[in-house]
Design a protein around this ligand. Structure first.
Ligand SMILES: Nc1ncnc2c1ncn2[C@@H]1O[C@H](COP(=O)(O)OP(=O)(O)OP(=O)(O)O)[C@@H](O)[C@H]1O
Length: 258
């Protein structure tokens, strides 16, 4: 079943069409969006979360047209963590996480005990409880990413969209973040859509892939069913072999066609 669907959408910027797509995002899966620079991955995420005006077509989340949803209602359905998400640096970690409750609050309303429990739970899940009283500007990149994910958990959205969440993290912290997302998806059934540049991480951590090229969708499906040397050549202009280790496919780049 699809949790989100993009129906014949186009995004035009000036006289250029930067995205043209029809797509179904499967519910309860980790969907990876891969493609070369400028292929439209961020544009796709922004259009799902209604941050870009569509030139034509429609985006639905759980059957609701995102353009007709009120801001607070949309915030309960979808969260987008952008490539370089800005946070007020002099705020405390617990305050940032609490921002996730805004769609559920009326002005001046005191947080409910249920809301406070949710905040504690999200901070525990993301292993940032010990950072609650720290200012955001004292955190490492990996810790900041986990704070943003805790905020998204508190927002209780059905879909979590992440644009290149592993950028600027060292390999250990990249894997740590991907394990966290995998755990949230397994334990809580959250549908996750993330842009990844590391093809092997996309192969290992995603159930479903959307492959983009030149502002369009080139292919979708399970990684092991769709990723071939031909796809890697067509889309990424790389020469690569694909090997099978421990029942997982690994991409070994050996040259470029640029
Ligand atoms: N604000 C904008 N105004 C005009 N063109 C834009 C704007 N934002 C993006 N584009 C263009 O839209 C196309 C798709 O960009 P997008 O950022 O979605 O690609 P991407 O696949 O996410 O790239 P990357 O991997 O480099 O982050 C590019 O050609 C880009 O130049």
């Amino acid at each position: 079943m699809a949790i989100a669907s993009l129906q014949d959408i186009t995004i035009q910027r000036g006289d250029r069409v930067t995205l043209q797509a029809s797509l179904e995002i499967p519910e309860g899966k980790i969907t990876g969006i891969i493609g070369p620079n400028g292929s439209g991955k961020s544009t796709l995420l922004h259009s799902i979360s209604n941050l870009l005006k569509l030139s034509s077509g429609k985006v639905e989340i759980k059957g609701h047209d995102v353009q007709t949803l009120k801001r607070k209602e949309l915030a309960k359905q979808v969260t987008l963590l952008k490539q370089s998400e800005l946070m007020p640096m002099d705020f405390l970690v617990q305050d940032i996480v609490q921002f996730g409750r805004l769609p559920y609050q009326n002005n001046w309303q005191k947080e409910s005990s249920e809301g406070n429990q949710l905040i504690d739970w999200a901070m525990e899940e993301c292993r940032i409880s010990h950072l609650a009283d720290r200012q955001v500007d004292t955190l490492s990149g990996g810790e900041r990413q986990r704070v943003l994910i805790a905020m998204a958990l508190v927002q209780q959205t059905d879909i979590l969209l992440l644009d290149e969440p592993t950028t600027y993290l060292d390999v250990a912290h990249q894997l740590d973040l991907l394990h966290l997302l995998q755990r949230l998806h397994k334990n809580h059934g959250i549908s996750i859509v993330l842009v990844l540049h590391d093809l092997n991480q996309a192969m290992q951590y995603c159930d479903h892939l959307v492959v983009m090229r030149k502002g369009a969708i080139y292919q979708t499906g399970e990684p092991e069913h769709i990723v071939t040397s031909e796809l890697l050549k067509d889309v990424f202009q790389i020469q690569a072999t694909i090997s099978n280790e421990s029942d997982k496919l690994w991409i070994n780049p050996i040259g470029v066609y640029l």
